[in-house]
Design a protein. Structure first.
Length: 283
């Protein structure tokens, strides 16, 4: 940087030849012009930007789920739930010969210290009702039978999703009436638990029409079920520490906005009633 003095040009702003004039702290200064392109738009950069754009767009399509499942940790990290979804799911995105690819089985739409559930069945019947069975406590951790279990059903072809009304953990099954446009499509089903404080669990995954073994294929990504701390790896991936299970408890006692738990009103899409089981604490 050099100071400008009164010369033939005097003080000036902008580029002249190979120098740039500007005003700084009341002084006229000059610096050399940076010839490097600020936006070279190389092939690699354009590919990276295209992937990031696709990730953000998918986060928007998943917003009804992540605004429930990722709200509290996102608040703790001073970011939006959708931004946390993008940050924590980098492993699920890839580009193959210029085409954006999503590993839907690896996506995590929820995150927290609550004991997860593992789906063992997710099948669609002739009435277009999704029938789900789940293992209520595959990690054998302390949990409340009254925890709410949410199911996020995402249609791959339509790129649309539906967040079900919650059922109690103790029920171990749920039936969800699907939108007509979901019939005959590829459906990815995600499950997560939420306690009375609004804290959530890791994400369970199953593709509709497939069967799995509880505690093995029912927990997605790094939320494994081996050992007492099976889901800590994915928690650390998001940058959180769960040495204290109350780490993400709401500071002001607030609960997650119930309006975020539905894509449309109950009048438009009604969930099928499920049996009510007995209560209790599941260890």
């Amino acid at each position: 940087m050099a100071k400008q003095t009164d010369g033939i040009l005097g003080g000036f702003n902008g580029k002249v030849g190979t120098v740039v004039g500007y005003r700084w702290k009341g002084l006229w200064c000059v610096r050399s012009h940076n010839a490097l392109a600020r936006n070279p738009r190389t092939e690699a950069q354009q590919a990276h930007r295209a992937m990031f754009k696709a990730e953000v767009q998918l986060a928007g399509k998943m917003r009804w789920a992540v605004n429930v499942g990722l709200k509290l940790p996102a608040d703790e990290m001073n970011m939006t739930a959708q931004n946390l979804f993008v940050k924590g799911n980098q492993h699920a995105f890839s580009s193959v010969e210029g085409f954006f690819k999503v590993d839907y089985a690896a996506l995590q739409v929820s995150y927290g210290p609550v004991a997860p559930v593992a789906m063992t069945e997710a099948s669609v019947d002739e009435d277009n009702v999704l029938n789900i069975k789940f293992e209520k406590n595959p990690l054998r951790r302390s949990c409340d039978s009254h925890d709410s279990i949410f199911f996020w059903i995402f249609c791959e072809e339509l790129q649309e999703g539906y967040l079900s009304n919650p059922v109690y953990r103790r029920m171990q099954k749920a039936s969800v009436a699907l939108p007509d446009e979901f019939q005959g499509t590829t459906l990815h089903v995600y499950a997560f638990a939420q306690d009375e404080q609004g804290r959530c669990s890791g994400t369970g995954y199953m593709r509709a029409g497939e069967a799995g073994e509880a505690g093995v294929s029912g927990i997605s990504g790094d939320f494994g079920v081996s050992g007492e701390n099976g889901n800590l790896a994915a928690m650390e991936q998001f940058g959180g520490s769960f040495a204290d299970e109350g780490a993400f408890a709401p500071k002001d006692g607030r609960e997650v906005d119930k309006q975020q738990q539905r894509v449309v009103s109950q009048a438009e899409r009604k969930a099928v009633d499920v049996d009510k089981g007995a209560g209790g604490i599941e260890g």
